[in-house]
Design a protein around this ligand. Sequence first.
Ligand code: DOR
Ligand code: ZN
Length: 332
Amino acid sequence: MKHTIYSPFDMHIHFRQEEMLRLIAPLSAKTFAGGVIMPNLIPPIDNAEHLLQYQSEIYEAVNGYDFTPFMTLFFRSYSERELLEIKDKIIGIKLYPAGATTNSDAGVKEMSKAEGTFALMEEMGIRLLVHGETHGFVMDREKEFISIYDYLAKKFPRLHIVMEHITTKEAVDFLDRYENVTATVTLQHLLITLDDVIGGYMNPHLFCKPIAKRYEDREALLEAALKAHPKLCFGSDSAPHPIHKKECCGCAAGVFTAPIALQVLTDLFEKNNSLENLQNFVSDNAIKNYSLTKSNKNVTLVKEPFKVPSQYGNVVPMYADGELNWSILSVQ
Ligand code: DOR
Ligand code: ZN
């Protein structure tokens, strides 16, 4: 059995820097036509010069693959002049609440102080991508943030707001409330719950932010993905960390899924009799929601076992040493 995906896009990826960038970027670029590259580097990407420098490093790292990096800027208060200079080079600006996750200390402390920049972004048609977690109890952080999404969507009705990596039923329900709100969802949040992270032996390789939630949340996310809800796009949030930063006290947040994402998604959609909706979920919805151009890159998968390596370099992937039901047959 074979299945072809046309122009797959990953709408949320971490490529990192230097050696890690050179190891990781080709693994996405091999099968994806393009992806949204996160700006939480050290230091964060918050000016045009840094952004263009990083983009050229990415092109160098994916050399030989047809892959478009859709760049993002790290949210801070920007002047009109800065935004005018950069708006055509980015797919959006990523807002992190200060301290919410990896390298986000320079994030937003008070939403009200960011309103001037939101208004400029709305005027110029610059998208706002959001890590939507408060600093509350870990299982409630996303649910609590919904009221902030509500205020943003209402106050800036022409601002396209992307709820990144949603993990709750409440976020799925919120999707239909405002026209200017869409979302991404990761691979792991369609598959695991908190039980898989800490319910048995603790698995640091499944620890990410936002943390996986309850069974009813996973059900709601899966249902929306399987029917390819038109406002929901695949964004892996593939977030590599070296093994010594995962298997330790103070484990870094992030699940590394880039090299297995399409194989696992195909299996998941096939098992749930929804293979016909996978194209919308990993490509067509993104093309519509972000006004992308379809690429000519097509990936054919075959239902033959794929043994997941224990590591890619010094990074442990999800399902390390496991066997997947689908493999990549060819990329054209
Ligand atoms: O688990 C995560 N890892 N969540 C994020 O928001 C950031 C990411 C990272 O950069 O490692
Ligand atoms: Zn992320």
